[in-house]
Design a protein around this ligand. Structure first.
Ligand code: HEM
Length: 137
């Protein structure tokens, strides 16, 4: 078995489940918030862990390239823009999830709903950027 393919597959495995966690967790949190306004703490942790996993596994793709070829992938144009969008979404997603964990008890139901909407939007943007990174890289 080619070790480079194995490394890429394992990182992709983590990255795929991270994508499910940030997207599914945010949609579930948004729905829960609408039906029964509360703290949904378990879902916030899921989303937070998902964003952290995405950032780490996303960096893992670059590190594998560095380990095997001595350089990061040579990206241009649309691919660079897509990567910048993903990194920005991951940063904002981590930040929003941490704020939600720390302050949701003190926030109004409306503000919590807006934050969950923001998390859904960030996940959708990152997923959309993934399609462009995949085919323009
Ligand atoms: C710091 C953040 C991130 C970085 C650095 C990153 C980086 C990458 C890289 C390098 C790839 C491989 C691209 C290729 O196939 O050529 C990839 C694939 C992918 N990423 Fe990310 N990513 C990040 C965040 C995210 C997020 C937040 C999501 C989803 C919500 C996501 C979803 C995906 C998906 C679905 C693929 C597979 C695309 C495909 O092969 O069709 N990524 N990512």
């Amino acid at each position: 078995m080619d070790p480079q393919n194995l490394a890429y597959a394992l990182v992709q495995l983590a990255h795929n489940f991270g994508a499910v966690a940030v997207t599914g967790g945010a949609v579930a949190g948004w729905v829960t918030q609408r039906r029964a306004p509360g703290q949904a703490t378990g879902l916030v942790w899921l989303v937070l862990a998902g964003w952290a996993l995405q950032a780490a596994s996303g960096a893992g793709f670059g590190l594998i390239s560095l380990a095997w070829y001595g350089q990061f992938p040579d990206l241009h144009g649309v691919a660079v823009a897509a990567l910048v969008i993903k990194v920005s979404c991951a940063t904002a997603g981590l930040l929003l999830a941490m704020l939600l964990l720390k302050f949701s008890g003190a926030w109004s139901a409306t503000r919590r709903r807006h934050v969950w909407s923001g998390l859904v939007g960030l996940a959708a943007s990152a997923l959309s950027a993934a399609a462009f990174l995949r085919w323009f890289a």
